[in-house]
Design a protein around this ligand. Sequence first.
Ligand code: GUN
Length: 292
Amino acid sequence: MQLLDGKFVSEKLKEEITAEAAGVLAILGRKPHLVAILVGHDGGSETYVASKMRNCEKVGFKSSLYRYDTSVSESELLAKIKEINRDQEVDGLIVQLPLPKHIDPEKVTEAIDFRKDVDGFHPVNLGRMMRDLPCFVPATPYGILMMLEEYKIETSGKHCVVVGRSNIVGSPISILMARNDYPGNCTVTLTHSRTKDLKDVVRSADIIIAAIGKKNFITEDMVKPGAVVIDVGINTEVSTTTKSGFKLYGDVDFVNVAPKTSWISPVPGGVGLMTIVGLLKNTLASAKKEIY
Ligand code: GUN
């Protein structure tokens, strides 16, 4: 078994991004600029947004965070998004999800100018991705592709089973793994909570992408010997033994599954770190006008 080391790969790619950000500063006279909007005080969202902002600073980007109380109205939020859309010195705009129930996430997502949608959630970007046109690819799927590429994992002709059909990970990665490119050219099966004989389907996979959001969902009996396992799960449990007060678990029972695999990504230290790189790469591409 070999480790798909998100720490190593993300640090290496962030060094490259840092050099390119310096180039943007030299040419444009300003840094690449990511704006994040955070509504409410969800613990997970706070942590993710703080990490995104910290990483921007680390690679030489400017980052701005607009915070709103849970009570903010949908119209106030939409007005702020429109204002940021017009700002020529903003390259990327993300609104951290989930949003409070009284705010329609679809309206918010569509309000973001697709040319600044570095999360890749806007229907224009998703539509362009479907057609293999230049677009912002959602950060986590983008991170998975970079990880596969870094370790030169063979994908052509392989059976890739994706577990979980979310808009953010499962659905887009299933499209990307099937496209006529590297990494890709897989035969993809997209599975979910209604899939019959799920264990048998997963057991037939050469590549498993677990994005179901359930701790230890992928067990040793579901994994074919020699499979490549990508664990996208970020499941938290309260813990008294960690500094942060919570402990992170993937979707894969790592201890028992890892010895059967050829390659596996750990949690923490795997795909999560690559997601940030995906976001940074999209923001850089936006600043360099590489896509739009
Ligand atoms: N919530 C969980 N993941 C994400 C993400 O990648 N982007 C945003 N905006 N919200 C999220």
